[in-house]
Write a protein that binds this ligand. Structure first.
Ligand code: ZN
Length: 458
């Protein structure tokens, strides 16, 4: 049995050709990569890699012609497709759907559902199946299931665990057998680009990409571009990303594989790279990290209630006492993040600081987080933490008048203003990985630059 899928690429009208020139055109699917992990009826069936080299860029005119239907034949082993039962897809006379379709309501259990369908006596026949045992614990309002009855008894049950995963129970001799089904997930590669006229989000919309992907794009370049202040009309981006599909339906966008952002005439690149340890990050074309070693602010959605000031009058002690950090006012319990990767060197009570954490980052830098209401579970002295990892929560322990985080940043043991201190870049890729990085990203770089020459942008 084979499935035929038509992946349509949008036709390009003269209007759109113009739009593309101004940058509001979306390029779809170049290489199609399938990473198919199919587990049908409990058996892992196939891992298929398909590369489709339809390369319109090789011949630019091809990008604008109308031979825009790519047909793929995906071999799928014979399976019981009864879980797709519904109105006949083959265009025959509509049949009566023999399945009961149920959406789990608040307070529902498999038991109440079986009672409603008058098959409660069969429940014990399936609850001993391991797949169902697991299911019983995870059943949630909004979940969908289908039940097929035969002479008043349960014949089949399909529980949709997610868009792509199901548990299928079927009569098997005197009892029942259950299996887990996972639909193959296709990873398609897509390209989009846009020129910014009003805002990054509107440009993203015009390019046909999701808000989620736009957020990812902004996060990728956030250390180089201030998206609140630096964006200008005429800025341009181009992004190569993955789209995940199952059963011909799009599940989600992302991750971004490579991107180019032209901001105020300056071109920035980002390439996603996973090192042999399995750690993934974005790097510039020559392997420099796009991240800085520190994020600027340890608490989100906060405001500065007291600045770094070596001559401040202390609000409680009423005498001149240097304020050697920054205070961020935030509600009690707001997560506090370690601003850089490092090692926890202190967790506990520290006089006026109250509950405090100190993190050492390499030999030169350390950060301090004070007046916490509590520490994140597992945060202990000697523990390594990542940049952005939650380590504690905003409180007002020690000498504090209201809920806030007191944050200090030291370089070679000298207090610096956390708001203005020049933050060091994260280390580049080690030499030993550079060749691997270049090999992995060369094709993406070529692709980004090829679009540049196609659209006349750069
Ligand atoms: Zn303070």
């Amino acid at each position: 049995m084979t499935w035929n899928k038509d992946f349509k690429r949008p036709r390009i009208s003269p209007n759109q050709a113009h739009a593309r020139k101004s940058g509001h055109h979306r390029w779809i699917v170049r290489g199609v990569l399938f990473i198919v992990t199919a587990s049908v009826l409990g058996v892992v069936l196939a891992t298929t890699h398909k590369s489709l080299s339809v390369d319109p860029a090789a011949s630019p005119s091809q990008a604008t012609d109308s031979s825009d239907v790519i047909s793929l034949t995906i071999p799928v082993p014979p399976t019981n497709r009864s879980d797709f039962i519904g109105p006949s897809p083959l265009g025959k006379a509509p049949e009566i759907d023999p399945w009961e379709h149920i959406t789990v309501k608040k307070g529902d259990t498999l038991s109440t559902i079986f009672s409603r369908l008058e098959i409660h006596s069969q429940l014990h026949n399936i609850t001993s199946l391991p797949e169902i045992k697991k299911l019983l614990k995870s059943i949630r309002p909004g979940d969908r299931l289908q039940i097929l009855k035969d002479n008043g008894a349960l014949a089949e049950l399909i529980y949709h665990k997610s868009e792509t995963e199901r548990v299928h129970v079927k009569r098997d001799g005197d009892g029942y057998a259950a299996s887990k089904i996972s639909d193959p997930i296709e990873h398609r590669q897509a390209v989009a680009e846009a020129t910014i006229e009003d805002s990054l989000f509107l440009a993203g919309k015009k390019a046909g990409i999701s808000d989620n992907l736009i957020m990812q794009l902004a996060e990728t370049f956030e250390y180089d571009i201030d998206f609140a202040l630096d964006i200008r009309t005429g800025d341009h981006f181009r992004v190569i990303y993955q789209e995940q599909f199952a059963n011909g339906k799009k599940l989600k966008d992302g991750p971004i594989l490579a991107a180019q952002f032209i901001n105020k005439g300056k071109t920035y690149y980002a390439f996603r790279y996973t090192n042999p340890k399995g750690e993934t990050a974005y790097y510039s074309a020559d392997g420099r990290s796009l991240k800085k070693a520190f994020i600027r602010t340890p608490v989100k959605f906060s405001r500065i209630s007291s600045h770094f000031n070596p001559k401040r009058k202390h609000p409680i002690l009423h005498k001149v006492r240097a304020h050697r950090g920054v205070d961020y006012a935030a509600p009690k319990g707001t997560p506090v993040k370690s601003t850089g990767e490092g090692k926890v060197t202190f967790v506990g009570w520290k006089k006026g600081y109250g509950k405090t954490i100190i993190v050492q980052h390499g030999s030169r830098y350390s950060t301090l987080y004070a007046h916490l209401s509590g520490f994140k579970k597992g945060i202990k002295r000697g523990r390594r933490v990542k940049q952005g990892q939650v380590i504690g929560f905003v409180g007002k322990t020690g000498s504090a008048t209201g809920y806030h985080l007191h944050y200090e940043f030291r370089v070679n043991n000298v207090h610096k203003n956390p708001v203005t201190v020049k933050l060091p870049k994260a280390p580049p890729l080690p030499k030993s990985l550079k060749t691997d990085f270049m090999t992995q990203t060369a094709a993406l770089k070529a692709q980004l630059d090829r679009y540049a020459s196609l659209s006349g942008k750069d």
